[in-house]
Write a protein that binds this ligand. Structure first.
Ligand SMILES: C[S@@+](CC[C@H](N)C(=O)[O-])C[C@H]1O[C@@H](n2cnc3c(N)ncnc32)[C@H](O)[C@@H]1O
Length: 240
């Protein structure tokens, strides 16, 4: 047996179980244990649901709780506790996978876990299997071209409101915004101010039951969308 196992950070895509890579499926079938992040508020992990058609029912999927909080202290405590649970398995010589929605390197809990594990065990072996990100699936589902020729697109978070959008809008041809749900009203107002509502596409629950695509945000549609919502702003150029 190996002295220490390898941790695989596996991106499982944004929802459709057919959007897992062959490599992801191979690794998930080969590891003896899989870890999946849960919000401590509920008992649900979308990443766990996505992989369920692909993994043997006998493989344990261990729940790791992450609090939905901005408290750095609480978060660091959860990263440490969860990193220790993973390290415990690796130190027994077992490989393990940590599954994450979309891609592990884009707005993912995996980044925090990877850093925490690395600081406790700098020589641990970690391999990352990329996943299809939510914004790639949202662009495909809505037929939105993100970049062509010399164009550029910028990925931002709406978690802190519309400030970032206003900062980057002049420099990019299209913008992708994740985490839009909480500050949706403010973001909508900023799009109105920038005269970009018509050029905006909202994709909710992409690839999942209840998928919704709103092609233009003209009109009064200020209802807060679900957590799994991605906004694409095309600045009128790429599709016309
Ligand atoms: C914590 S981030 C995870 C991003 C993920 N690592 C990725 O690569 O897409 C969560 C945000 O991703 C976006 N998202 C994830 N899955 C989605 C889906 N199925 N449909 C639309 N947006 C989604 C939403 O903006 C959501 O608020």
């Amino acid at each position: 047996m190996k002295e220490r196992g390898t941790l695989y950070g596996v991106g499982v895509g944004p929802g459709d179980p057919e959007l897992l890579s062959l490599k992801a499926v191979r690794i998930l079938n080969q590891v003896p244990v899989i870890f999946a992040a849960h919000s401590s508020k509920n008992n649900y992990s979308l990443a766990k649901e996505i992989i369920s058609p692909h993994v043997p029912p006998s493989t344990p999927v261990v729940r790791l709780d992450f609090p939905m909080t901005r408290s750095k202290e609480e978060l660091e405590c959860a990263w440490k506790r969860n990193a220790d649970s993973i390290l415990d398995r690796l130190n027994r010589g077992e490989d393990a996978a940590f599954v994450t929605l979309g891609d592990p390197m884009i707005y993912s809990t995996f980044g925090y876990i990877m850093r925490t594990i690395r600081s406790a065990a700098p020589d641990v072996s970690i391999e990352i299997v990329p996943g299809i990100s939510s914004y790639q699936a949202a662009a495909a589902a809505s037929g939105s071209i993100l970049a062509e020729a010399e164009g550029s697109f910028t990925v931002i978070s709406g978690a802190m409101g519309a400030r970032k959008l206003k900062e980057v809008i002049d420099a990019a041809d299209s913008i992708v915004m994740l985490k839009v749900y909480k500050n949706y009203r403010e973001i909508l107002e900023a799009l109105e101010e920038l005269e970009l509502k018509e050029d905006s596409v909202l994709v909710s629950r992409c690839g999942l039951e209840g998928e919704r695509i709103v092609q233009s945000l003209r009109g009064p549609n200020g209802d807060r969308p679900p957590y799994l919502t991605t906004l694409i702003v095309r600045k009128g150029r790429l599709t016309k």
